[in-house]
Structures are given as structure tokens and as C-alpha cells.
Design a protein. Structure first.
Length: 95
């Protein structure tokens, strides 16, 4: 975990821009688990969103951000993407 950084949590826009990519590859659940979202929570979100993968991915990432608060940083999200085999994914507001 990246302690002591001044990094802010990713915005809705950053999360939405990422969701199409991870939903298309059906990696939202794996990413959610790596970020600490419980399987039953991911399943609940999927049921609420009636299987719409992009929205399920977005709500899963929002849940992670809500759970972790200021600990939900872009650095942690980048590391999780790397952990699930997507090291080259750039977050939209990255330089």
C-alpha cells in the first residue's frame, strides 16, 4: 500500500474510461477481487445491473473507492491492473 502520498482517489471519469476495457475482457470481477471487493458484493452488483458488464465494472470500482476512501488511489489501481495482466493500461488522466 502506498502510505503517505498526496494522491487522490480516481474520479468517476477515470473509472468510467477504464470500464469498457475491463468489461470487454470480462476482467471486472478479477480486478475487483484484487482491489479487495468481496465476491458476494461483486455478484450483488452484477445482479443489480442485470448483467450489463460495463456498468457492473463501474459499480465494482466505485464500491472499491467507497470501501477504501483515500486509500483508493490511482497507484493502487495501476498495480491491480498490472496484477491481473494489464500492465500497459493507461488511466485516462495519466500523462
Amino acid at each position: 500500500m502506498f502510505v503517505g502520498t498526496n494522491e487522490t482517489p480516481p474520479s468517476d471519469k477515470v473509472l468510467q474510461d477504464l470500464c469498457g476495457y475491463i468489461a470487454h475482457r470480462n476482467l471486472y470481477a478479477q480486478l475487483g477481487r484484487v482491489l479487495g471487493v468481496e465476491d458476494n458484493e461483486i455478484q450483488r452488483i452484477k445482479e443489480e445491473e442485470r448483467g450489463q458488464l460495463k456498468e457492473t465494472a463501474f459499480q465494482t470500482l466505485k464500491r472499491w473507492r467507497e470501501m477504501k476512501g483515500t486509500g483508493a488511489t490511482k497507484s493502487i489501481l495501476r498495480q491491480a491492473l498490472n496484477d491481473i495482466g494489464l500492465p500497459n493500461v493507461q488511466l485516462k488522466d495519466d500523462p
